[in-house]
Ligand binder design. Structure first.
Ligand code: ARG
Length: 461
């Protein structure tokens, strides 16, 4: 039965019904709808808007509906939306007192409340999942402490660094994501229930009571805003899009570094796929797919922003479009975060390949220039001398590591025997002890700080 049948002579056309109904997707909100309805009924009882007996009957009925759905014995179907389903079922079970549940309430404040409760929970789960990934990255950084790899700019070898530095860089990004999710929670934890259809209600309701029961920080202060605000959905989707962008960058690095050409890491078999024609192939489909899904996640953010941009106050049916994109985003984000944490836990570091690469292609050249500068040669001159050394090495097919001291001295008299030690990749990395730098010592410090910041989130969720 439609909740608004009284006004109509004709039934809705079948295709219009299908087009209008949200039950196929908003049935996900069943727990929140029942929980918020129980809180509303308790408040109506407490305020004397319905009798204590009616309140108990309603709450008892709602609880049996909850347990039957949870047990799988009650199928959610045959209604316009989840709100109609729960109310119809309640009336079927307890009769006329069930018809009083909707006193001082509209589906407009109801759906805004249900969805907030749902998104709030999803938001908490996102913080947890992001933190799990940060933990995996910091642990992997710890295993990377003993390895030296090349760092890149412009995808050209730049300077040697401790391999842990790479994983910590991503841990930092995801810590910011966790921070974004948890700051959105504060904004979204405001309760629309009691806003009515748009203008509040003439019943003597107690919004503080429902707000406390539903663990909101406070009721919203403007009913028009309460029913039409979906900023919390956009907040989640922005945070999710940003997290996916970070995941996508990590995927790109994993794909590159696990290729034959780089070979710094190996993706475990359990997270790789093969080719139907080329027997030798071990493909990075998992990170590729994650990188691909990032586009669709940006799409969900654009979707909600575009849906919201043109609607007049207050509730309009456009707002029903807030859910499907969100549900998909939630599913994709959780899936990607979970699988990435497992992939990172199981990824193999290939120390020898990293070290070889860190010494090749003159990644230690900055350290040659710095060597001269530390001996009093102006850095710009030292840079120029080192540039000539590199050019000579390329022409002679030599490396900075196999040049003799005499050859170095032929370029500049400031070179001493210790230059041969200075250009070892490990020494170059170990020398970068500045705060936040790539030396194993600084990386260790970074891991300690990441774990400390991580524990603050773990305490808050
Ligand atoms: N299914 C609707 C939604 O998700 C519920 C609110 C309906 N309100 C209304 N006035 N038609 O937005």
């Amino acid at each position: 039965m439609k909740l608004w049948q009284g006004r109509f002579e004709e039934p809705t056309a079948k295709d219009a019904d299908e087009f209008n109904d949200s039950l196929p997707f908003d049935k996900k909100l069943w727990k929140e709808d029942i929980t918020a309805s129980v809180a509303h009924a308790r408040m109506l009882g407490k305020c004397g808007i319905i009798s204590e007996a009616e309140c108990d009957e309603i709450c008892g009925g709602l609880e049996t509906i909850y347990s039957d759905i949870a047990a799988g014995t009650l199928e959610i179907k045959d209604a316009e939306d989840i709100h109609s389903f729960v109310e119809n079922e309640l009336v079927a079970r307890i009769g006329d007192s069930g018809k009083k549940l909707h006193t001082a309430r509209s589906r407009n404040d109801q759906v805004a409340t249900d969805f907030r409760l749902y998104v709030r929970n999803a938001n908490d789960n996102a913080v947890k999942a992001v933190c799990t990934l940060v933990e995996s990255l910091a642990d992997k950084a710890e295993s990377g402490l003993k390895y030296i790899m090349p760092g890149y700019t412009h995808l050209r070898k730049a300077q040697p660094m401790c391999a842990g530095h790479f994983f910590n860089a991503y841990a930092e990004m995801f810590l910011r994501d966790a921070d974004r999710f948890s700051s959105s929670r504060k904004r979204m934890n405001v309760m629309p229930l009691g806003s009515g259809a748009l203008a509040g209600t003439s019943y003597p309701i107690d919004r503080n009571m429902t707000s406390t029961l539903l663990e909101f920080d406070r009721p919203c202060e403007n009913s028009l805003d309460g029913v039409s605000d979906r900023d919390f959905v956009a907040d989640y989707l922005y945070n999710a899009a940003m997290t996916m962008m970070h995941l996508s960058r990590l995927c790109e690095d994993i794909i590159l570094y696990s290729s034959e050409e780089f070979g710094y890491i190996e993706i475990p078999d359990a997270y790789s796929t093969g080719s139907s024609i080329m027997p030798q192939k071990k493909n990075p489909d998992i990170p590729e797919l994650m990188r691909g899904k990032t586009g669709r996640m940006y799409g969900h953010l654009m979707g909600i922003l575009t849906t919201l941009k043109g609607i007049p106050l207050a509730y309009n049916k456009d707002l029903q479009e807030d859910k499907e994109g969100f549900f998909d985003a939630e599913k994709q984000l959780n899936g990607c975060l979970g699988i990435m944490a497992e992939l990172i836990d199981n990824i193999l570091l290939r120390g020898n390949r990293m070290k070889k690469a860190a010494e090749a292609e003159f990644a230690c050249a900055t350290d040659v220039a710095d060597y001269l500068a530390k001996k009093g040669v102006p850095f710009r001159t030292a840079h120029e001398v080192t540039g000539r050394i590199v050019r000579w090495c390329i022409a002679e097919n030599r490396t900075l590591q196999n040049m003799t001291i005499e050859e170095y001295q032929s370029f500049d008299e400031h070179f001493d025997v210790d230059i041969c030690e200075t250009v070892q990749a490990r020494n170059c990395a170990e020398a970068r002890t500045s705060y936040g730098g790539a030396s194993p010592k600084s990386v260790k410090e970074n891991i300690r700080s990441i774990k400390k910041r991580l524990s603050r989130f773990e305490d808050s969720v």
